[in-house]
Design a protein around this ligand. Structure first.
Ligand code: ADP
Length: 498
């Protein structure tokens, strides 16, 4: 049978090899170079054949190479060159190429040749370099984050750990320890936390990592340290064999969190106190008026009893006044509480002109009657959507303040102008209450809506604060027209019903 390779000659075979190969004679000269070698070293076949191999080695390694070459020829055997050291070949253009080199002696009857094979070391080199870099990065990151590393051998119940980890556990030696000892340093109340995290992590069905936060008891002091650990469990044949993870001291973070919590609780309590004080003042504001009236009626009743000798009709009127005012106080309180409880706002379609007239009547009924009313109402106003009682409250408050300002200025019975119109820019019903009182200086004007701000001897300073809150709760606004003197001008808007 004909030999299957009889048609393939040596040169073709040599050329077809994927690795770069040189055939060198016993004098160290290249006598053959395959295509891969020509390409790697950037020589043509003609140029490379006849070169001494040292010409293909960077100058710094050349001197020793002669000795190595003689040594190889004395004891020719197939082996790799350089004992694992980084080797370099020199290309024609002077590039130093990282390579691994294999040497194979080929003996013929006349002489000994060496087949030199170059394996590009770049890939290996790069991989090693990448590994070194990533290990270095990991080391730096570990150091920066102050991480301790542990490796728990679940089957042998032994924990291997690094120095940082021992330090966290208050141990001196970084020798591996039994899991039992490892866990004994954990705060007794937190051991269950670790167990639960462990049970989850070693269950292959969960596919979860290990995550636990717990306290470490310091052997020398009462101080505890908070440690957070994360890790990953490794399985063999469905059984958890190792837990590898990192631990970090988060004591400072915990302290900070605690401080923040305490601060938040403190702020909350101050806020609650403020709300309580504001609520109490709002209640006082609502009761002030009827109580003053009740007191006045009671005085009249007493007077009627003393002076006029049981004048039943005066007495009756005074007592009826008392009853009406007491009822009003109750209603006011009820409404205020409903508002403070911020339940759903009950709104209705209101004719704002009617609401204004009603508020004027209420103010008069409450004893604020000494003013000349100028009403400028827009006819056929669209209806607004608001809570009737709250709208009244705002208007009555504005009227009361206006009358008080005019009384204070010593000009009672002066004019209060109430204008109702459509504010086209805002698409709102716009009510303006303008008085002829003492007005407001710039400093007072800045503060009138602040709760408790008052310039009156018996004032509470909640009227405008509550009124603004009511206006806003109804979808409108309440503001004071700046720099408008004499007198004061307040504006109140409300949305139209759709
Ligand atoms: P109070 O009437 O209890 O003082 P308000 O909140 O209703 O509380 O008013 C706060 C302050 O605003 C008043 O003390 C007064 O100084 C000022 N103020 C309110 N309305 C007028 C007004 N129409 N004219 C002048 N000052 C006013």
């Amino acid at each position: 049978m004909a030999h299957p390779f009889k048609d393939v000659n040596f040169e073709e075979l040599f050329d077809a090899a994927a690795d770069a190969m040189l055939l060198v004679d016993s004098t160290g000269h290249v006598i053959q170079a395959n295509s891969a070698a020509q390409q790697l070293l950037e020589y043509s076949k003609k140029e490379i054949c006849g070169l001494e191999v040292e010409a293909l080695i960077p100058a710094s390694f050349r001197n020793y190479h002669h000795q190595h070459r003689s040594a190889f020829f004395e004891k020719p055997e197939k082996r790799s060159m350089g004992n694992g050291k980084d080797l370099f070949a020199l290309s024609k253009s002077g590039k130093e190429l990282a390579v691994s080199i294999g040497l194979s002696p080929i003996k013929t009857q006349q002489q000994l040749f060496i087949l030199i094979t170059f394996y590009s070391a770049d890939k290996r080199h790069n991989a090693e370099q990448a590994l070194r870099t990533s290990e270095e990065r990991l080391r730096i990151a570990k150091q920066a984050a102050n991480l301790g590393v542990f490796d728990y051998d679940i089957q042998l119940n032994i924990v291997h750990w690094d120095e940082r980890m021992c330090e966290l556990w208050g141990e001196k030696s970084s020798e591996s320890i039994k899991y039992k000892k490892f866990i004994s340093t954990v705060h007794p109340n937190d051991r269950a936390v670790i167990q639960v995290a462990m049970d989850r992590a070693i269950n292959p069905a969960n596919n979860d990592g290990f995550l636990a936060e717990f306290r470490i008891l310091s052997p020398n002091s009462d101080a505890e340290r908070w440690v957070t650990t994360t890790g990953r469990v490794y399985f063999e044949d469905g059984h958890a064999t190792r837990l590898v993870g990192v631990a970090q001291d988060v004591t400072e973070l915990k302290k900070l969190e605690k401080n923040l919590q305490e601060q938040r609780a403190e702020t909350e309590s101050v806020f609650k106190q403020q709300v309580a004080a504001q609520t109490a003042s709002a209640i006082a504001h609502e009761l002030n008026q009827p109580l003053a009236a009740i007191s006045a009626y009671s005085e009249v009743a007493l007077h009627a009893l003393n002076e006029f000798g049981h004048n039943p009709s005066t007495l009756k009127r005074a007592l009826e006044g008392c009853v009406a005012q007491a009822q009003r106080a109750g209603t006011n309180l009820h409404e205020l509480l409903a508002f403070l409880q911020a339940g759903e706002l009950i709104t209705e379609r209101l004719d704002i002109n009617d609401a204004v007239k009603e508020a004027v009547n209420i103010a008069r009924r409450d004893g604020y009657k000494e003013f000349a009313l100028k009403l400028k109402l827009e006819q056929n106003m669209s209806t607004v959507l608001a809570n009737r009682i709250q709208v009244q409250k705002v208007l009555v408050n504005l009227l009361r303040n206006a009358v008080e300002a005019m009384r204070g200025a010593g000009i009672p019975n002066s004019a209060i102008t109430i204008t109702v119109r459509t504010n086209k820019d805002m698409n709102m019903a716009h009510i303006t209450v303008q008085d002829s009182g003492y007005g407001l200086d710039t400093e007072t004007a800045k503060r009138v809506f602040e709760p408790f701000f008052t310039t009156k001897p018996t004032g509470i300073g909640m009227g405008l604060a509550v009124s603004r809150a009511l206006a806003e709760a109804n979808g409108g606004q309440l503001w004071l027209e700046p720099n408008k003197r004499p007198g004061a001008t307040f504006h109140f808007t409300l949305p139209f019903a759709p």
